[in-house]
Design a binder for this molecule. Structure first.
Ligand SMILES: [Zn+2]
Length: 72
């Protein structure tokens, strides 16, 4: 009986990972979100490139840090 439970667990985990692997390339939604999160913008003050999500938007310009916002 114990072996059946362990076997069921192993099979469950196995299929879980197979399903995970199978859905990753088949889902265009995930790729889209990755593309947008990887979009880079140049800091208007120092020119350093940073991700849009992390960049600070001030006066319609992107900055990498609060220091650069003050400078720019
Ligand atoms: Zn900067």
């Amino acid at each position: 009986m114990q072996y059946l439970v362990i076997l069921a667990l192993i099979v469950g985990v196995y299929f879980f990972f197979i399903r995970e692997r199978g859905t990753k390339p088949a889902s265009p939604k995930k790729d889209k979100t990755q593309e947008t999160s990887n979009e880079m913008v140049a800091c208007s003050a120092c020119g350093i490139y940073c991700e849009v999500d992390e960049a600070l938007l001030s006066n319609a310009k992107y900055y990498c840090s609060k220091e650069c916002v003050r400078r720019g």
